[in-house]
Write a protein that binds this ligand. Sequence first.
Ligand SMILES: Cc1cc2nc3c(=O)[nH]c(=O)nc-3n(C[C@H](O)[C@H](O)[C@H](O)COP(=O)(O)OP(=O)(O)OC[C@H]3O[C@@H](n4cnc5c(N)ncnc54)[C@H](O)[C@@H]3O)c2cc1C
Length: 497
Amino acid sequence: MMETDVLIIGSGIAGLAFAIKIAERKPNTTICLVTKADGFESNTKYAQGGIAAVMDNITASFESHIKDTIKAGKGFCNVETVSLVIKKAPLRLKELIKWGTSFDKTENGNWDLGLEGGHSVARILHHKDQTGWALEKALLNKMAEFKNIFFFTDLFASKLLVKNNLCTGAIFLDRTTNHPYAIHAKIIYIATGGSGQVFEKTTNPTIATGDGVAMAYRAGARVEHMAFYQFHPTALAVEEVNPSFLISEAVRGFGAYLINAKGKRFVFDYHPDGELATRDIVSEAIFKELLRTGEKHVFLDCRHLDKTLFFKHFPNIVHQCKNLDIDVFLDLIPVAPAAHYQCGGIAVNKQARTSIHNLYANGECAATGLHGANRLASNSLLEAVVFAHEAACDVAKRLPFISIVKEEIHSLLKNEKFDTKESNRNTNLKKQLRHWMYQYYLHTCLGQDLSFIRKEISNIQQKIEKNFVQYNQNIPAIELRNMSCIATLITKLQNNE
Ligand SMILES: Cc1cc2nc3c(=O)[nH]c(=O)nc-3n(C[C@H](O)[C@H](O)[C@H](O)COP(=O)(O)OP(=O)(O)OC[C@H]3O[C@@H](n4cnc5c(N)ncnc54)[C@H](O)[C@@H]3O)c2cc1C
């Protein structure tokens, strides 16, 4: 059993930025930062396109970023949140730069701003096509400067300790021994990222199993907008690779075409904005085109683009394609939609507080109201860094008035059964769940009947739950149960169905 002032679960941008902010404000506070993987692994690390922000401070530019975000969100955005995030973006970006992140500039010394779908102007700061990698590295380095941050890797959060709507800590399992630990804290901040692994095809790394949302939901937190899952239209379509490698939207912003097997640019048949329509529209257009043609994927065509400039902007994409024998300057790149971003999550207010006392959430696991039904490209790293600041200001004010509440670990764990042995019994169920969840999304996009798929998903979920109760637990079994919980939240019948 351990205790700390602040407990942060997750070491992506949302967790690290918050840790740094609290450590700066409260040097005498103990901060415990925990991740289930190595320190670097996260969705953050894979981000390519960049961070959308208005860096020139012109009111009209804020207005257009706000307008684009609200348009993409299809009427489900919280307008106040949108305005807060976009207007605070320049300050937070300057901090990221101060902490060691470098964003590309043009030869004239101006920001080399990228363009992506749904943006009416180029406003995306980036570090080549590896913005997330550069960010994660800079944040980890900055965090290491603080003596009051204690960083634990390979420690898996399995359960939140919540009684009478008050969160007092969490239970963790050591990845190698499955030994359980309880960590008690005054403030618990969840930053566990998304849940793309619930789908058969996803750009998210294998850590993205929705643990934070599932834990919070089971503990009674309010969760919202989970039905709004964003698929990215252009994941590299090579068989049996998990996760799918992303071909950034910035490539279409740079001028690449989406074509079908006959070489036709087809997206204009579905929407006047063509390749630069928002992600939901382009993904839907691809699914419809695939249904019409019977093909398995469409293609990105970069052959007409300036080679030198393309290589300068997208060296990693060129390199990854080359590893698969695809020369982006000579060949077509096979692409298909893949699950990419969880727009909903644990409902939070403007300080990132959840509906459970002393429990905060930020990043992809949280629903702040910024994205509505469909996230505008490159708004998610921005949201995480803005809300990390807002949460840190709130927590710093509240900390002196909160005390740690401890429970004895044996009583906490008396009904839990842990086992280091991995079993095959869940492997098949996981495969089935991921398959049917992809089919669920596909059928939703095509407006087809979902009742059969819902029944399949429900049968699989019952088996997962039965196994969970019957056998001793280990991390893969808990992750699968979390994925099953996320599937329930995504597929829950909406009021208008
Ligand atoms: C390929 C790709 C490209 C992207 N490109 C962009 C882009 O260009 N611009 C943009 O704005 N967004 C982009 N996104 C989205 C963006 O990267 C993510 O939304 C964002 O990084 C999420 O940050 P986070 O801190 O919330 O979570 P993450 O970065 O995913 O971090 C989650 C952390 O929680 C830990 N964790 C999870 N569960 C547990 C548990 N049970 N116990 C302990 N630790 C746990 C993980 O190990 C990890 O450390 C992209 C995403 C992907 C996958």
